[in-house]
Structures are given as structure tokens and as C-alpha cells.
Write a protein that binds this ligand. Structure first.
Ligand code: PAF
Length: 281
């Protein structure tokens, strides 16, 4: 089923909830790939029905070119989802349906989790993400909502958003789905040339290398220099940032304290295409 109208979707959700069905939401911007399907299938393990929203959210793009070039593939997305599981409901509202006349992001105070890394390099992005998710939760009122760990800061943001706005939805994180090379699945991978695609495995390889160095007790500054020089030697990829951050606050650190857990975070460009990834250290 494909629904574009919010009220129609709400009626559908009310009907399902009256039948004691558990309703999940997987928000997406379309151009679906195996990573999305693994998220949807993960959601089906916890829910009777899964609503997949397909909405390219204009307020989270800080780069007009990126918004314009974002791949759109609605018919293929729809077929993929329904062939995967017939209990999927696709919700694909128009920008007007979601935002009315006022296509603007609200301001949120998410604290330290959005200050660094993606927050530093994509100004305004997280307020746009918060705005659309608050609206989607208000429209859909899902029991549970599912987000990939690839966008780890986003996952932390959604948990915080639900707390701030007191929305009654359980936020569940799902492991990153990867290609055989280790590259995280992403809609942006569709824009890579074959050469860029194969070179982009450096991102995950570097994270793994940094993780080993971290566990061997190597100095953080030295780890960063090692990663930077690996990228300097690569002709195809440009490293935007690599950080080791504390896993709860998502604040980058220079040294480790024993009782804390950490993750490595990275963003790199292959030509114009910006790729991100992170792993637990
Ligand atoms: O991760 C995404 O694709 C988007 O940020 C989301 C969660 C669908 C909000 O537009």
C-alpha cells in the first residue's frame, strides 16, 4: 500500500492499533538499498506492520546541490519494499503535505551529541533531521522507530528528540549493513564510479586499523596522523574528519579513560560524494 496523505495514514494506523498490532516506522529518503531492507527486516522482527516513509527532507540539506542530486527512485523503492514484505506500508508525502508553506527547520537543543563531526561539518543538518522526525512521529504515531547505526549521531539525536518532545515511541538502533568490501551501504554509493566504489573500502579499513591501534594503546594523535597519511596516499578519497569520540556524549577526545566506551567516526569525499561511517572501538 502506498499512502501520500497524512490523515489516510493515521486512519490506517488507528485501525491496526485497534487490532492490537505493533506498528513500526522506518524513516527513509528513498533510493533504497540492501541497508534499508535489512533495517526494514529488523523492524519486522519487532513489529506486525512496518511503515516506511520515503521523503527527501529539504530542511536537512545544507548543500543545495546535494539535495538536487539526491537519487530518487520511487517505483523501484515501492516494488522492492512490497516484494520484500507485503505488510509494508509506504508513506510518501509531498513537501507541502509535511511542511505546508513553511519549509523551515525548528531549532532544538540536542546538546553535545550534535556539536562535533557531522554537526560541525553540516551546519543546520541536525535541526532539519529533528524537525522531520518530530513531524513524522506526530503523523504516524508508531510504537517503535528504527534507525541505522551508520548515522550514529542521528540515532543519538532521535533518542534525545523523543525525550525532549515526550513522544511515546521506542527508538531502536540497527547494526550497519556493509558491502563485501566493508563499505557501509548508502544511497550515496549509487553516485560512485566503479573505481570510487572500490577505493571507498579504505574508509572501513581505516576505522578497523584505528581500532586496532586504539586497543594497542597507541596515542590518539598518532592514530589520527596515521589515518590522515593513509588518505593522503590515496588519489581518490579526501578525508574530511576522523575522530575518536566518547560513545555517550559523542564528544571527540584525545586520551582514553578506562570506564568509558569509544567509537571512531569518519567522513570522506570520493569526488563530490560524501561518505560517512563509524564503528565501536
Ligand atoms: O537517515 C536518513 O535517511 C534521514 O536523515 C531520515 C532519518 C530519513 C530523516 O530524513
Amino acid at each position: 500500500m502506498n499512502i501520500t496523505d497524512s490523515q489516510k495514514l493515521q486512519k490506517e494506523v488507528v485501525k491496526l492499533k485497534e487490532q492490537q498490532k505493533i506498528v513500526g516506522l522506518v524513516p527513509t529518503m528513498g533510493a533504497l538499498h540492501r541497508g534499508h531492507l535489512s533495517l526494514v527486516n529488523f523492524a519486522f522482527k519487532h513489529c506486525d506492520y512496518v511503515i516506511v516513509s520515503i521523503f527527501v527532507n529539504p530542511t536537512q540539506f545544507n548543500n543545495a546541490g546535494d539535495l538536487k542530486n539526491y537519487p530518487k527512485n520511487h517505483d523501484a523503492d515501492y516494488n522492492l519494499l512490497l516484494n520484500n514484505n507485503a505488510k509494508t506500508i509506504v508513506f510518501s508525502p509531498s513537501v507541502e503535505e509535511v511542511y505546508g508553506e513553511n519549509v523551515e527547520a525548528e531549532e532544538f537543543d540536542f546538546g553535545s551529541i550534535v556539536q562535533y563531526m557531522e554537526g560541525e561539518f553540516r551546519s543546520g543538518h541536525f535541526n532539519g533531521v529533528g524537525t522531520i522526525l518530530k513531524r513524522l512521529f506526530d503523523i504516524v504515531k508508531p510504537d517503535k522507530a528504527f534507525f541505522g547505526e551508520k548515522d550514529y549521531q542521528q540515532l543519538a539525536l532521535v533518542k534525545k528528540l523523543v525525550e525532549i518532545t515526550e513522544q511515546d515511541v521506542e527508538v531502536i538502533g540497527c547494526p550497519t549493513s556493509r558491502m563485501e568490501s566493508g563499505l557501509a551501504e548508502s544511497s550515496r554509493n549509487f553516485r560512485l564510479t566503479d573505481h570510487q566504489l572500490s577505493e571507498s573500502s579504505l574508509i572501513y579499513e581505516s576505522l578497523q586499523k584505528a581500532k586496532s591501534a586504539f586497543h594497542e594503546g597507541q596515542d590518539f594523535q598518532e592514530i589520527k596522523e596515521m589515518i590522515q597519511s593513509d588518505f593522503d596516499r590515496n588519489q581518490t578519497l579526501d578525508l574530511e574528519y576522523f575522530e575518536i569520540a566518547e560513545a555517550d556524549s559523542l564528544v571527540p577526545v584525545d586520551t582514553k579513560k578506562n570506564e568509558k566506551s569509544y567509537r571512531g567516526f569518519m567522513a570522506a569525499f570520493a569526488g563530490e560524494v560524501r561518505l560517512i561511517d563509524n564503528i565501536a572501538f
